[in-house]
Design a binder for this molecule. Structure first.
Ligand code: ZN
Length: 416
C-alpha cells in the first residue's frame, strides 16, 4: 500500500469520527462550537507536520504554510482549501466508518440499517471502483467524506511537500474553513490572510473533476401584507394574505422552470418556504442559472407575478426583494484560464481523464473567485454526500493528492 494512501486512510478515519455538523439556524461563527474540535486538531497536526505560520482566525479558519523551496518572488503562491463542517441534512455524530478493502463489485449492505444498501443502481460509479478500497458509514449517519476527504488530501499534500524539499515550488497555503454547507464558509474571510495568487477547493466528486462553472444565484422574497380584521366582522374589509400568497405561488412556472423539471444548463425558480398567516405572508425563493441574463429574466418573472397579485387586490401591499447570493466563477476565470488549464494539465500528467461539467450549485470557490481569488474546484472522490449512503474510494483520494502535488509543480513553472 502506498505511503500516501496509508496516511490518507489514517487521517480520514480519524477526522470523520469528529462531529462537525454545521447549523443554518445559528448566527454564531462558526455556527457550531463542535467544529473547533477538528479545527483545533488541525492546528496541532499542522504544527507537528512542520508547517509554518499556523493559526486560527477569529472567523474560525485554520491556515498553515508550506514555505517556498524556490525563493523566486515571481512564482505564484497557491492555496488548497477544504471545509471541516458536514451537512446538517443528516446525522453526523458517532460516525462509524467501514473500509471495504479491495472492493469486489458486489452490493454493500451497511450493518447499522438493513435498508441501506449500495448498489450499481443507486451508485453506478461504484462499479468503476472494483479493486479499490471503499469507505462507507455504517448506514446510521452520513460519512463526512464531504469534505473530510478534502481535509485529509490537503494534509497529506502538506506532509508530502515537507518531506520532499527537492521539489521546487512557491509558497503553498493549506486552508480549512467552517460552515460551507450552510453557505457561510468564506463570508468573513479576508483575502490578505490567505496571501496567495490562486486557490483550489478540494470539494469535488468523481475522479477527474476540474470544476470552474457554478450557478449564479439570487435569493428572492415576496412579502404580502393583507388587512387583518376580526373574522366575525370582516365582510368587505379583510384582505387575507394567505389567499394572495397561494395565487402568487400558483402563478410561478412549475412545468418548465422548477428544480424538478430542469437539468444540465437549465435554470430554475425554486419556491421553498412560506411564512406568515392571514395578516401577512412571506414567500421565499432561490433563483439559479449559469447566465446572468437568464437570472435577470427569472427575477423579472417573480416581479411580474407579484405585480399581478398586487393588481388583483390593491388594498394589499406586495413587495419584492431580490438579492445576489453568488456568481458563476467562469465570468472571472475566462479572463485568465491558467488556474483551470494547469489543473487540467496536471490531471493529464498523472493519467486522469478530465471532467469539467458545470455544477448545479455553488462552492466556496464561487465567492472567493468573485472576491478576487480564482478558485476552481477539484475532485476528492466523494459520492452520495449528505446522506447515509455516502462513500469514497481511498484510491480516488490518493489520485487527488497526486493531482495537487503535480499542480504545485506546474505552478512553479508559471509566472505571476
Ligand atoms: Zn462540500
Amino acid at each position: 500500500m502506498s505511503a500516501i494512501r496509508n496516511e490518507l486512510e489514517e487521517r480520514f478515519l480519524r477526522y470523520v469520527k469528529i462531529d462537525t455538523t454545521s447549523d443554518e439556524f445559528s448566527a454564531e461563527v462558526p455556527s457550531t462550537q463542535r467544529q473547533y474540535d477538528l479545527l483545533n486538531l488541525l492546528v496541532e497536526e499542522l504544527k507537528e507536520m512542520g508547517a509554518s505560520d499556523v493559526r486560527i482566525t477569529d472567523y474560525a479558519t485554520v491556515y498553515g504554510t508550506i514555505p517556498a523551496t524556490d525563493p523566486d518572488p515571481n512564482i505564484p503562491a497557491v492555496a488548497y482549501f477544504a471545509h471541516v463542517d458536514t451537512s446538517p441534512a443528516y446525522a453526523g455524530d458517532n460516525v462509524k466508518p467501514i473500509v471495504h478493502r479491495n472492493y469486489d463489485g458486489s452490493e454493500i449492505s451497511l450493518p447499522g440499517n438493513s435498508e441501506m444498501v449500495l448498489t450499481a443502481e443507486n451508485s453506478p460509479y461504484l462499479m468503476e471502483k472494483i479493486g479499490e478500497d471503499v469507505v462507507t458509514s455504517d448506514g446510521t449517519t452520513l460519512l463526512g467524506a464531504d469534505d473530510k476527504a478534502g481535509v485529509a488530501i490537503c494534509m497529506a499534500l502538506g506532509t508530502y511537500l515537507l518531506a520532499h524539499p527537492e521539489i521546487p515550488h512557491g509558497k503553498i497555503v493549506l486552508a480549512f474553513t467552517p460552515d460551507e454547507e450552510i453557505g457561510r464558509g468564506v463570508s468573513n474571510l479576508k483575502l490578505e490572510d490567505v496571501g496567495v495568487d490562486v486557490a483550489y477547493t478540494l470539494d469535488g466528486s468523481k475522479r477527474g473533476e476540474v470544476i470552474y462553472e457554478t450557478f449564479s444565484a439570487d435569493g428572492a422574497k415576496v412579502k404580502i401584507e393583507g388587512v387583518s380584521i376580526h373574522p366575525g366582522y370582516s365582510k368587505g374589509k379583510m384582505v387575507n394574505a394567505m389567499h394572495l400568497a397561494a395565487k402568487f405561488v400558483d402563478a410561478l412556472p412549475q412545468e418548465t422552470m422548477s428544480p424538478e423539471t430542469t437539468e444540465g444548463r437549465e435554470g430554475f425558480i425554486h419556491v421553498y418556504q412560506i411564512d406568515g398567516g392571514a395578516a401577512a405572508a412571506e414567500i421565499h425563493m432561490i433563483i439559479r442559472d449559469f447566465e446572468l441574463d437568464n437570472l435577470a429574466q427569472m427575477g423579472d418573472i417573480v416581479r411580474d407575478k407579484a405585480a399581478r397579485v398586487q393588481a388583483l387586490e390593491p388594498r394589499a401591499k406586495v413587495t419584492v426583494d431580490i438579492k445576489p447570493q453568488y456568481r458563476n466563477m467562469r465570468y472571472w476565470l475566462e479572463d485568465d484560464m491558467r488556474p483551470v488549464d494547469l489543473a487540467r494539465q496536471a490531471c493529464e500528467n498523472i493519467g486522469v481523464q478530465v471532467i469539467s461539467s458545470p455544477i448545479r450549485g455553488g462552492t466556496d470557490g464561487s465567492r472567493l473567485t468573485e472576491m478576487g481569488l480564482p478558485t476552481p474546484n477539484l475532485f476528492t472522490g466523494m459520492q452520495n454526500f449528505h446522506g447515509p449512503l455516502e462513500w469514497v474510494s481511498l484510491h480516488d483520494m490518493e489520485k487527488a493528492t497526486e493531482l495537487c502535488i503535480e499542480l504545485t509543480k506546474l505552478w512553479h513553472g508559471a509566472k505571476k
